[in-house]
Design a protein around this ligand. Structure first.
Ligand code: ATP
Length: 218
């Protein structure tokens, strides 16, 4: 049974940001890095920080790696270290292993050696930023290959109408989740919400329909 919370291996930009986020949310995080520099940089910011080579099964055993509920392998550049570390953690019985991959092939290998979830931060950020450059889209979040959340400026053609009158579901195949007036904060959208010029909308829908809505002129 897992008795410890999060083990984060590799305190680079991805691992470091992830570890600090978990601590900020009130979780216990043990950070591990083979390089003394990030170890020093993160000591005091995380619950514990240890300098160790995560490819060594003996070192990981000594840190009690097998007792963690979740381990994140945040090593990208050194493929060998990323794969060996994932396999060591799987052998030690970590309940949930999340590993960062730089390519699809790297991701497949990580899954083969025991990662329960593989993330592709560079690719995913490229997809997000790419979408944010098209039309009126400000941000983009893919929930599934076929379903997305899009943050976008209110399209001109529905300004001045309520969401019910604009028939957004029927005409555009999307659902407006929440809406933010200029200078205001987000609130839930209702059928009576009147769309104003300059409003920001978060919409959910099939990827191609949510994208098409975000590309309407604002
Ligand atoms: P990022 O983009 O997140 O900054 P990256 O993809 O360039 O990182 P790397 O630089 O390969 O990834 O690794 C991130 C961290 O992992 C580095 O701080 C590095 O010292 C650490 N690391 C690499 N190999 C090992 C290892 N065998 N054991 C522990 N830590 C390691």
């Amino acid at each position: 049974m897992a008795t410890k919370e999060f083990l984060v291996i590799g305190l680079g930009r991805f691992g470091g940001g992830l570890a600090e986020t978990l601590v900020g949310m009130g979780h216990d995080v043990l950070g591990v890095d083979a390089d003394p520099k990030p170890v020093q940089e993160f000591s005091g910011l995380l619950t514990h920080v240890v300098e160790a080579d995560s490819t060594s099964e003996a070192a990981m055993r000594q840190l009690g790696a097998g007792e963690f509920g979740t381990a994140v392998v945040a090593i990208g550049t050194d493929l060998e270290a990323s794969i060996l570390t994932t396999s060591v953690l799987a052998d030690l019985g970590v309940a949930r292993i999340v590993a960062k991959a730089v390519t699809e092939a790297h991701g497949r290998i990580l899954q083969r050696v025991g990662a329960h979830r593989v993330v592709f931060p560079e690719r995913d950020m490229g997809i997000r930023v790419g979408h944010s450059l098209a039309g009126s889209i400000m941000d983009y979040f893919q929930l599934d290959p076929g379903f997305a959340l899009v943050e976008t400026r209110a399209p001109k053609e529905i300004v001045g109408k309520t969401l019910a009158d604009a028939e957004v579901r029927k005409r555009y195949g999307i659902t407006v989740v929440c809406i933010k007036p200029q200078g205001g904060s987000f609130t839930y959208a209702t059928p009576d919400t009147v769309v104003q010029d300059g409003d920001v909308l978060v919409v959910a829908g099939e990827t191609r329909r949510a994208e098409a809505f975000g590309e309407l002129p604002s």
